[in-house]
Design a protein around this ligand. Structure first.
Ligand SMILES: CC(C)(COP(=O)(O)OP(=O)(O)OC[C@H]1O[C@@H](n2cnc3c(N)ncnc32)[C@H](O)[C@@H]1OP(=O)(O)O)[C@@H](O)C(=O)NCCC(=O)NCCS
Length: 181
């Protein structure tokens, strides 16, 4: 298994990456075409996209986008093939993206995790996030939502955007410091 810069992937592998994206995050990228367009837009020198590849097959991938003059890098997107989840691949991709962000001078890694499902996935869904947000962060419960993955990796909730995906459906900002104090 190798971690490869996606600029080096061939056409077949890019299609595999796009298939993983639309299968994993259909609300964001409903079709294979949408996912292909996203990858083509992201695959520019100022972004870094890394894929985990086994026997020439893409199993998962993620990217970082530079924000705030390069002090912050946002993970966008991140997806692992459904039959290969819970085997450490997501963690390995995020670690490789963090190394890359550090190399590029990043101080903070940001992951934005939409809580956008109908009934919501986390304890932030369908509650008033303007009311005592610190208390709600303290007792945050991710359920099976992907924010649980980032919390496992040491990320902390650093903010929310209430109603980002419709009433009661927030975006959750998770951050990690990339430098030692
Ligand atoms: C989120 C995702 C990338 C995680 O990838 P993965 O390869 O399954 O994750 P890993 O196996 O590396 O998991 C690392 C740790 O997080 C845990 N974990 C994984 N998904 C989790 C979840 N949804 N909730 C809580 N913990 C989770 C694992 O159990 C593991 O814990 P451990 O170190 O104690 O064993 C994958 O589930 C995915 O592609 N989901 C759909 C797309 C998505 O939600 N992307 C993120 C958008 S913000």
């Amino acid at each position: 298994m190798q971690t490869i810069n996606m600029a080096q992937l061939n056409k077949t592998q890019i299609i595999q990456a796009a298939q993983i994206l639309t299968d994993s995050l259909p609300l964001g990228w409903p079709t294979l075409d949408d996912a292909m367009n996203e990858i083509n837009e992201l695959l520019v020198p100022q972004n870094t996209l890394l894929a985990v590849v086994e026997n020439d097959t893409v199993l998962g991938w993620g990217g970082i986008l530079s924000k705030y003059d390069g002090h912050v890098f946002e993970i966008h997107p991140l997806a692992v093939r459904s039959d290969r989840r819970k085997q450490g691949l997501g963690k390995a991709i995020v670690a490789a993206l963090e190394d890359e962000a550090r190399k590029q001078g990043g101080l903070t890694m940001l992951a934005c995790a939409d809580d956008e499902k109908g009934n919501g996935g986390t304890s932030f869904a369908n509650v008033d996030l303007y009311e005592d947000l610190p208390e709600k962060i303290k007792y945050f419960s991710p359920g099976t939502h992907q924010s649980g993955f980032y919390l496992k990796l040491g990320y902390k909730i650093i903010g929310v955007m209430p109603d980002a995906n419709g009433p009661g459906k927030p975006d959750i900002y998770l951050g990690k410091r990339l430098w030692l104090r």
